[in-house]
Design a protein. Sequence first.
Length: 303
Amino acid sequence: MIDLSVKIGGLKFANPILTASGTFGSGEEFSHFFDLNHLGGIVSKAVTPEPRIGNPSPRIAETPCGMLNSIGLTNAGVKQFVKEKLPFLQSLETKVIVNVAGKTIDDFSTVIKNIEDAGGVDGYEINISCPNVKEGGMAFGVDPIITGKITGQTRNATDKCLIVKLSPNVTSISDIAIAAENEGADGLSVINTLVGMAVDVNTKRPKLATVKGGLSGPAIKPVAIAKVFEVVNAVKIPVIGVGGIMELNDVLEFLITGATAIQVGTANFVSPQISEQLVFDLKNYCQKNSIQTMADIIGSLKI
Ligand SMILES: Cc1cc2nc3c(=O)[nH]c(=O)nc-3n(C[C@H](O)[C@H](O)[C@H](O)COP(=O)(O)O)c2cc1C
């Protein structure tokens, strides 16, 4: 029997394949493609205290080997989330992580408290790394002191699994990672999107209305691998690798580098069943290579 399970804090995931925030709706949108319970976990779209309409269009542009987005944390606010999205998520056996965002430090714990009252989720991913908002987002995630404050405050708001999502757009990702670990994070998601920009040569206008946006997809995978490598060598808590995962070898690359789990993002737009396929592919790989547990692969990098 192959055991694909992994643990982050006290939370056990049946396998290391999760979906990345903002690329998988609130799960329900993908439920007619496959049985979501095959996944290790689902990470919801960002939830903020109040509704947000997000940024003006165009807010998506295709780029070589990836895409730019400037969605700007569009969501209906935590009250609507609890009413409309949570009941479906509560019906799932797979682990449910809610991605939390805010304009102020207090916003993060406000969202968590509202969801804790309703119950039924397994953990939270604190998004201090969104490059597409003027207030909060990446502005928080580039500062170790603010990162520590938000982590400490959200830690006090929940006993559930607390994951902090880090930005690659920083001088030293290790300093931010250590700040989150010191204030009680159970795990770290590495990475959110890289700041990017593209120009339409015919109109001479930027392809995004916000001018700059967040780059994701295979183009960012080597950056994500390097950031995972840096962070796993700086902290003791588990790291979730995110960035450009399209196929099994990408999953293996992150696990070998030391990630305990991974998230599938942009690939969901190309192939909505890809995350389930990766669970099957990982199981087959383990069978063929006589791998019994994920500990046999995680961090097996040879330098
Ligand atoms: C359209 C879109 C929306 C996103 N929305 C969020 C979000 O709400 N919260 C968040 O933490 N990350 C968000 N992300 C970042 C992804 O979760 C992920 O970190 C990033 O895209 C890198 O992974 P990938 O290359 O596999 O897409 C979004 C990414 C995309 C492409």
